[in-house]
Design a protein around this ligand. Structure first.
Ligand SMILES: [Zn+2]
Length: 284
């Protein structure tokens, strides 16, 4: 009797293991099949810059001088990278076409006035396009504040309208009043905040920037999250407004499958304390 019980228990156990294994194997196979059907349109490396300084000025994690920026652009050219504008990327992906090998997108966050002086001439020289993502509130800051030393000053609305006319610049949204660390970090949700109230705050802030830009003739469908913070609700709010590309600060190379891959794209911060760009994208 005892032997029979043992045999039954053993059979049930073996059956369970076999069933679990088959289920797992089937699951993996079907996942692989789905994956195989969805062919990649290529890889995209996105670089994130902030301040751009005079040619030999001291650098930091978020500020690169012009000589160094020139070396970056030259590195991209010498190593076969293809810098694409956001518009080219969006167009290519919408048509379901492949991106070129070693596709790169250049982004400059916060709307620093020094981007105009030191980044734009290089963008023109190399025939590259950069995405300048601006903050509504920063346009009110004194653009020529002596205390700032001239480097941490920002575009006014008229500067944004001017640079938007350049073929080498595209404009992105970087929030109107949410580029702060308090009370929330960027557009992060507050503890205990309801979904509805959070969505309302974020939606109104975004609308305010979209409207202010529209008033100066600037239209964009790209949003760069301040500090790279985002939520599933913020993504939905932006999608509902017709935004088709969102950018984070998570590092890594993007594999593009469809328009959906243009949301929550990864970016490499161009930490200028690192000498060569190869130290940043070489590991990509
Ligand atoms: Zn920023």
């Amino acid at each position: 009797m005892r032997q029979r019980v043992k045999a039954i228990v053993a059979s049930v156990f073996i059956l369970a293991v076999v069933t679990a294994y088959c289920g797992f194997a089937l699951g993996v196979n079907s996942a692989q099949n789905v994956f195989a059907q969805k062919e990649s349109l290529g890889k995209l490396t996105v670089l994130m810059y902030h301040n751009t300084l005079a040619p030999n000025k001291k650098e930091c994690v978020y500020c690169i001088n012009q000589n160094h920026l020139r070396q970056d652009f030259q590195y991209l050219r010498d190593n076969g990278y293809k810098v694409l504008s956001c518009a080219e990327i969006i167009r290519t992906v919408k048509r379901g076409k492949k991106l070129p090998d070693k596709a790169v997108m250049l982004t400059f966050d916060d709307g620093y006035l020094n981007n105009l002086k030191y980044a734009l001439p290089l963008l023109k020289e190399f025939d590259y396009t950069g995405l300048f993502s601006v903050v509504g509130d920063y346009t009110r800051l004194d653009r020529h504040n002596k205390k700032s030393g001239g480097d941490f000053v920002y575009f006014g609305w008229e500067d944004i309208a001017d640079v938007n006319a350049s073929n080498n610049i595209e404009i992105g949204l970087h929030s109107y009043s949410m580029h702060n660390t308090k009370p929330r970090l960027g557009v992060a949700k507050l503890r205990g905040e309801s979904d509805e109230s959070y969505k309302k705050v974020f939606s109104e802030d975004t609308d305010k920037l979209i409207k202010s830009l529209a008033d100066i003739g600037v239209f964009t469908d790209i949003y760069a999250y301040p500090y790279g913070k985002y939520t599933k609700e913020s993504e939905q709010v932006l999608k509902d407004k017709g935004i088709i590309m969102t950018l984070t600060c998570n590092e890594g190379v993007n594999t593009i499958y469809s328009e959906q891959s243009l949301y929550l794209m990864r970016r490499f911060n161009r930490d200028a304390t690192k000498d060569s760009l190869s130290e940043i994208i070489g590991r990509a």
